[in-house]
Write a protein that binds this ligand. Structure first.
Ligand SMILES: *[C@@H]1O[C@H](CO)[C@@H](O)[C@H](O)[C@H]1NC(C)=O
Ligand SMILES: *[C@@H]1O[C@H](CO)[C@@H](O)[C@H](O)[C@H]1NC(C)=O
Ligand SMILES: *[C@@H]1O[C@H](CO)[C@@H](O)[C@H](O)[C@H]1NC(C)=O
Length: 433
């Protein structure tokens, strides 16, 4: 063993941070030209392990800086400061269709960053690394409070930023899988918004009564935010992804109770029975189920559902009636919903109605359906169970790893800015955030 190997210095800064924060990984004190592999390893709460690795060559002073030096191979290549996170993938031999989702946001995502000698591609787990650092990635910033909400028969969790407030509010909805998914709300609270994660497909009230919620459920959630002493009742937004974005679009246009300051739709679709309840929308979707396509790999494509964009006005949310700003985030390779077609149609509707000044569209090529917070590992397909259904489907979400990861970073930054502008008034007065 050569002398220098024992003295390899690895540092990750910060080693404890928010999930959307960049880190700098530095390897020092190796021979000039030394070949090494840097690996990231994460074991999820469900017990599955995810791995990413990249090959580097030390420069003349015996240093590798992952933020500046190119990966020569591995799960990503080129200069990619955060590649060790977004290119994480299930370790070989894992069951297919895994997706990484944090369920307990009160603990961090723990990632082990290790350095190995040589350019290696497998068997790293059986070796002793030259150096290792354990990194913590948090959805909840220090001081963020997590408050379970059961009033009004809601199944929800409110996250309040640190400090006395009052803070603007965000009602945060996920898609067709149901469950109470908290991590994005926790992260929004880490950026200064009182955010409520709301389960609307599988909440307690649905489980008990067997009946799906109607639109008043969302209005009750809004009311809880509006009345909260630490929330600015006149500064509330709604944000959703997928089915949650469908709901967001509908409530933003038609609710007489909710006075939203702005709305964010991430891969949502305005084509849905406008008069319909969640149950009717769900049934309407179910009707199209047998027409879905399947790829060679047996991944189900749902995206032909809303095609072609209908001319029937009773099947379209009339975004021409919107009176507050709307941000549409669109993955152009969304294989789950016809979001690009929907966005184009919404734009035309708003132009015709004269309110297109309220519309911002962020459209990303080679980007799929699951646009998550930055550095979330990319999955092109995953094993999905629709709420209220016992069937599991290997659903194709679409996207390509590099483009999709860049889109997640860009979309998140611009979404936070959009919320700040519309909920706090001005972006530049927010430097304290
Ligand atoms: C090697 O990389 C380090 C860190 O990026 C840098 O500070 C140093 O100047 C580089 N040395 C040479 C000789 O390129
Ligand atoms: C590593 O690269 C980052 C990004 O360019 C830079 O900010 C940092 O100073 C570099 N670290 C060293 C030791 O060169
Ligand atoms: C949202 O609505 C569109 C149009 O009705 C539909 O194709 C899509 O499946 C809905 N989203 C979900 C997740 O159900």
């Amino acid at each position: 063993m050569d002398r220098k190997q024992c003295c390899v210095k690895l540092s990750v800064q910060p080693s404890r941070g928010l999930v959307d924060e960049k880190f700098i990984i530095l390897v020092q004190k190796v021979f000039p030209g030394f070949q090494l592999t840097i690996q990231a390893l994460h074991t999820c709460e469900d017990g599955h392990s995810w791995e990413a690795f990249a090959h580097y060559t030390a420069n003349d002073t015996g240093t590798v800086n992952v933020s500046e030096d190119p990966s020569l191979g591995g799960t990503y290549s080129g200069v990619e400061p955060m590649g060790l996170l977004w290119s994480l993938r299930p370790v070989p031999g894992s069951k297919p269709g895994l997706r990484m989702r944090k369920s307990n946001v009160q603990t961090p995502m723990v990632v082990k960053i290790s350095v190995y000698q040589g350019h290696q591609t497998k068997g790293l787990v059986d070796q002793v690394p030259l150096a290792r650092v354990v990194v913590e990635r948090w959805y909840m910033a220090p001081g963020v409070r997590r408050i379970p909400i059961t009033e009004e028969r809601l199944t929800a969790t409110l996250f309040l930023p640190s400090g006395p407030g009052p803070f603007p509010g965000v009602l945060d909805l996920w898609g067709g899988g149901g469950k109470l998914v908290e991590y994005r709300s926790a992260l929004l609270a880490s950026h200064g918004f009182a955010a409520m994660a709301l389960d609307y497909l599988t909440p307690k009230v649905v489980m008990e009564t067997g009946k799906m919620v109607d639109d008043t459920y969302f209005e009750k959630a809004y009311g809880v935010l509006e009345r909260h002493p630490q929330i600015l009742g006149s500064r509330i937004a709604m944000l959703g992804l997928s089915f949650g974005a469908n709901v967001t679009l509908k409530m933003a246009v038609y609710s007489k109770v909710m006075k939203l300051r702005c709305a964010v739709s991430i891969n949502g679709c305005h084509v849905q029975p406008v008069e319909g309840s969640v149950m009717q929308v769900s049934r309407y979707i179910g009707k199209f189920y047998p027409k879905t396509q399947v790829t060679k790999e047996n991944h189900v494509i749902w995206r032909n559902w809303a095609l072609p964009i209908t001319k029937d006005p009773s099947l379209k949310v009339d975004v021409g009636r919107l009176q507050s700003p709307l941000l549409l985030v669109v993955g152009e390779d969304d294989q789950n919903m016809a979001t690009q077609e929907s966005a184009l149609d919404m734009k035309e509707m708003m132009e015709r109605a004269g309110n297109s000044h309220l519309l911002t569209v962020l459209s990303y090529p080679n980007t799929g359906h699951l646009i998550e917070p930055p550095f979330t590992p990319f999955v092109r397909f995953s094993n999905f169970r629709r709420a209220q259904s016992s069937e599991r489907t290997m659903l194709l979400w679409g996207g390509e790893v590099v483009a999709h990861s860049r889109a997640q970073e860009d979309a998140w930054r611009k979404t936070l800015n959009f919320l700040k502008e519309n909920l706090y008034g001005r972006t530049d007065s927010l430097s304290r955030l």
